[in-house]
Design a protein around this ligand. Structure first.
Ligand code: PLP
Length: 704
C-alpha cells in the first residue's frame, strides 16, 4: 500500500506516516490529531486513521493545513512522534544490553493491537500486542513475526434464536495500517519456506508498532498451489493438517523471514507452542554454520525463551506422526538424526504415542520457560514434571512472569487527564513504580466519580448506538435491539462479563439461580444490570451452546431488559467495557485461567473485580480492591458466592451514595483498584521482568 495519500497537503503530510504507525493509538495527542480533523468522519471510519485519510474530503485537509490552532497541535504531536522514534538511549541499552545488542525475535500466532487489525482471538493475542508495544516504549530492539490472516478471525452475528454465526470478512488492505515489505528493488518481499514440496511462498507485510516492526506473513500468493494459498487465510483453523502447515509456516517460514530482512542473529522469544518449529530452524542454522548437533542444541536453548499460557494438556497442539513424516521427512536429515531421535524432541514421556507435542518441543529446546502468573507457574511445574523425572515438582525449571497490560493503551483518556493532574505530568515515564500510585489518594472523590460517570455514560451510549445502527441499517429484529442493550440504564450498577466463550470461563454461571438473579436485576431502587460480550470459537459447538443459553436469558422479559449481549467482541468494545462498567466479573473453573488480562485493564481504570481466586487475581486481590471468593467445587456453590457478595456487599456499597450522588466508600474501592494494578499489572513491569530474567542472561550467552 502506498503511504502517500493523494490529496494530503504538504504542510500536514506527516499525518500519513503517523496513520501507519500504531503509536498514534496509545498517544492522546496523536489520536486528537485525527479526531479533531473531523469528528464525524473519525467516527464513521471507526477510529481508523488510514481509512479516514482515504475517505476524508480534501477541503477538510486543506482547511486544517491552514488552521493555526490545528497546526500548533500537529507540530507538537509530530515533534513528540519524531522524538519517540529517534531515541536510542533507552532503558534497555542502559540497563541490560550494554554494548551487545541483538534484537529479540518474538513469534506469536496472534497479535491484538487495534480493532483495525483483526489478527487475534483473545487474551493470547493482546498479551503479545501489549508486549511488543511495551518493548517499543522501553527501547528493546524487537522484531515480531506473525500472520496477516486476510480473512481475519470472524465477525460474530447472533441469530435470533441465539446461535452464533460466523460471517467471514475479507481484510481490505487499502484501509488497514499495513504496508508491503519491500526488497532492494522495491518489489514485495516473497520468501520460500525451505524443505517443502511444492515450495510454500510467503508474501511479507509489515505493521509499525512504535519502534517495533511486526512482519506479517501471507501465503495467498499466486505462485502457491491452491491448498497452500489458504494456509494463512484464517486464525486457528480446525483441520489438523492445515494447522500443522500454519505452524510450519509460522516457525520455519518465520525464521526465513528474519533472514530475508537481514536479521541473522537474535534472541528467540516464543509466545505459546504454535511457534515452536522456529526452534528447529534455529538448531538447523547452527549446524549449517558448522556446530555439532549437541552444541547447536545447547546454544539454541541458552538463547531462547518459551512462554506457555496453557494450563491443560488438551490446549496444546499434538501432531500425528504420519503428518510429521509427510512434512518433515526431508528435514531431520539436516540434523544428522534418525527419525526416532528427531521425533523424541516432541514426545511427551507420559504419552509418547500421542504424536509430536509442540510444548514439549519448546520445553526441550529452550533454557528459559515461564508460565504467566504465580499460580500458573505452579500448575505448569506439575503439568510438566515428567519431562524432568529426577526433579521434585518444586524444582521443575519453569518459572513465572505474571502478565500485564500496556497502560497507555488501556487507560481511558479522561482518566489519563486526571492522572496527569494528580500523579504528575511525567507519570507515564515511570508508571511501573509502585510509589507513584499512592498519589491516587489525592484525587478528590468527587472528581474521580465524575470522570467515571461520564465514561459509563459513554459506554451506554456506544452500546445503544450499535443497537440503533443494527435496527436502522439492517432492519434487525426488535428482540436484537433490546438484547443489544437499548434498555440499559446509565445509573444502574453495571456488571461486565466479556471474554471468549470458552467452556471453562463459565459465562452461564450467574444464571444458576434465576429467582435470585431476578431479584437482583429487578430491584426497583437498587437495580443491577449485566453486559455480556464474547465470541465462541467457530469449531466449538459447546461454547456456542453456552452462548445461546446466555442469549436466550438476555431476551427473556423476566430479566427486565437488565441484561445485554453485545455482538462481535473486539478491541474497541473491550475498551468501552473495561472503562465503563462498575464491576468486572470473572468466574472460570480454577486453575484454568492461566492469568486473564481483561480484569487488569478494568482495574487500572478503577473498575473493581468480583472474581474467583484464580490466575492473576490470586496475586492481585489485597482485601481492599474488590471481592474474591474461593472455589467451592461446584457451579452452584460458586454461583452462591457470587450472589452472596452481590447482595451483601457490592450492591449496598454502590448505592450508598451521599447527597451529591457520590458513593464515597465505593470510590475508595476504585482508588484501591487503580493503586494495586497500575504498576503491578502493567506490561512495563512484565517486560522489564522478561528483560532482566531472560533477555539479559541470554544476551550474555551470545556475547561469550
Ligand atoms: C484483554 C482482552 C481479552 C483477554 O481476556 P481474558 O479473558 O481476561 O484473558 C480478550 N479479548 C479482548 C478483546 C481483550 O481486549
Amino acid at each position: 500500500m502506498a503511504k502517500n495519500f493523494s490529496k494530503m497537503p504538504e504542510r500536514i503530510a506527516g499525518l500519513g506516516e503517523m496513520a501507519y504507525n500504531l503509536w498514534w493509538s496509545w498517544n492522546p495527542a496523536a489520536r486528537m490529531l485525527f479526531k479533531s480533523l473531523d469528528r464525524q468522519v473519525w467516527k464513521e471510519c471507526v477510529h481508523n486513521p488510514v481509512k479516514m485519510l482515504r475517505e476524508i474530503p480534501s477541503e477538510i485537509l486543506e482547511s486544517a493545513a491552514n488552521n493555526s490552532q490545528y497546526l500548533k497541535q500537529y507540530d507538537e504531536a509530530m515533534t513528540e512522534f519524531n522524538r519517540y522514534m529517534g531515541i536510542n538511549n533507552c532503558w534497555f541499552t542502559e540497563n541490560i544490553a550494554g554494548s551487545v545488542c541483538l534484537p529479540v525475535a518474538y513469534f506469536s500466532a496472534e497479535y491484538g493491537l487495534h480493532h483495525s487489525l483483526p489478527f487475534y482471538a483473545g487474551g493470547l493475542g493482546f498479551l503479545a500486542g501489549d508486549h511488543i508495544k511495551e518493548c517499543s516504549d522501553l527501547g528493546i530492539p524487537l522484531v515480531a513475526i506473525g500472520f496477516m490472516y486476510p480473512e481475519g478471525y470472524f465477525r460474530q452475528k447472533i441469530r435470533i434464536d441465539g446461535w452464533q454465526e460466523s460471517v467471514d470478512e475479507t481484510l481490505d488492505r487499502d484501509v488497514t495500517p499495513i504496508t508491503r515489505a519491500l526488497d532492494k528493488q522495491g518489489e514485495q518481499l516473497v520468501v520460500k519456506v525451505p524443505f517443502t514440496d511444492p515450495p510454500i511462498h510467503i508474501a511479507l507485510w509489515k505493521v509499525h508498532v512504535g519502534r517495533v516492526t511486526l512482519y506479517l506473513m501471507d501465503t495467498d500468493v499466486e505462485i502457491n498451489v491452491p491448498w497452500h494459498r489458504s494456509i494463512s487465510s484464517q486464525l486457528y483453523v480446525g483441520d489438523i493438517e492445515h494447522r500443522l502447515l500454519q505452524e510450519l509456516v509460522l516457525g520455519i517460514g518465520g525464521s526465513e523471514v528474519l533472514r530475508a530482512v537481514g536479521i541473522d542473529d537474535y534472541l528467540l522469544h516464543l509466545n505459546e507452542g504454535h511457534t515452536s518449529f522456529a526452534l528447529l530452524e534455529r538448531v538447523r542454522t547452527r549446524i549449517n554454520k558448522g556446530m555439532s548437533y549437541d552444541d547447536a542444541v545447547q546454544n539454541t536453548r541458552k538463547t531462547s525463551i518459551f512462554t506457555t499460557h496453557t494450563p491443560v494438556p488438551a490446549g496444546i497442539d499434538v501432531f500425528p506422526f504420519h503428518l510429521m513424516d509427510k512434512y518433515f521427512s526431508s528435514y531431520y536429515s539436516h540434523f544428522g538424526l534418525s527419525r526416532d531421535s528427531f521425533f523424541r524432541l516432541g514426545l511427551h514421556p507420559e504419552n509418547p504415542t500421542a504424536g509430536f507435542n509442540m510444548a514439549v518441543l519448546a520445553l526441550n529446546l529452550t533454557a528459559y520457560h515461564n508460565g504467566v502468573s504465580k499460580k500458573h507457574g505452579e500448575v505448569s511445574r506439575q503439568m510438566w514434571n515428567s519431562l524432568w523425572p529426577d526433579k521434585k515438582v518444586d524444582d521443575v525449571p519453569i518459572d513465572y512472569i505474571t502478565n500485564g497490560v500496556h497502560v497507555p493503551t488501556w487507560l481511558e483518556p479522561k482518566m489519563e487527564l486526571l492522572f496527569n493532574k494528580y500523579l504528575g505530568p511525567d507519570w507515564k515515564q515511570h508508571h511501573d513504580s509502585p510509589d507513584l500510585w499512592k498519589a491516587v489518594e489525592d484525587i478528590p472523590n468527587q472528581d474521580l466519580w465524575q470522570v467515571y460517570s461520564w465514561t459509563k455514560t459513554k459506554l451506554v451510549n456506544a452500546v445503544r448506538e450499535l443497537a440503533r445502527k443494527e435496527w436502522v441499517e439492517e432492519r434487525a429484529d426488535p428482540l436484537k435491539v433490546i438484547s443489544g442493550g437499548t434498555l440499559l440504564d446509565p445509573l444502574a450498577l453495571t456488571i461486565g462479563f466479556a471474554r471468549r466463550f470458552a467452556t471453562y470461563k463459565r459465562s452461564f454461571l450467574i444464571f444458576s439461580d434465576l429467582e435470585r438473579l431476578k431479584r437482583l436485576l429487578n430491584n426497583r431502587w437498587r437495580p443491577v444490570q449485566i453486559i455480556f460480550a464474547g465470541k465462541a470459537h467457530p469449531a466449538d459447538d459447546e461454547g456456542k451452546r453456552i452462548l445461546q443459553k446466555v442469549f436466550n436469558k438476555v431476551c427473556d422479559p423476566a430479566m427486565g431488559g437488565h441484561i445485554a449481549f453485545i455482538e462481535n467482541y473486539n478491541e474497541q468494545l473491550a475498551q468501552y467495557l473495561v472503562h465503563g462498567v462498575d464491576v468486572w466479573l470473572n468466574n472460570p473453573v480454577p486453575p484454568m485461567e492461566a492469568s486473564g488480562t481483561s480484569g487488569m485493564k478494568a482495574s487500572l481504570n478503577g473498575v473493581p473485580q468480583l472474581s474467583i481466586l484464580d490466575g492473576w487475581w490470586l496475586e492481585g486481590y489485597n482485601g481492599k480492591n474488590g471481592w474474591a471468593f474461593k472455589e467451592s467445587g461446584s457451579d452452584t456453590g460458586d454461583a452462591e458466592s457470587i450472589y452472596r457478595l452481590l447482595e451483601n456487599d457490592v450492591v449496598p456499597l454502590y448505592y450508598n451514595q451521599d447527597q451529591d450522588g457520590v458513593p464515597q466508600e465505593w470510590v475508595r474501592l476504585m482508588k484501591e483498584s487503580i493503586k494495586s494494578s497500575g504498576a503491578a499489572f502493567s506490561a512495563r513491569r512484565m517486560v522489564k521482568e522478561y528483560a532482566l530474567k531472560y533477555y539479559r542472561p541470554a544476551l550474555k550467552e551470545v556475547s561469550s
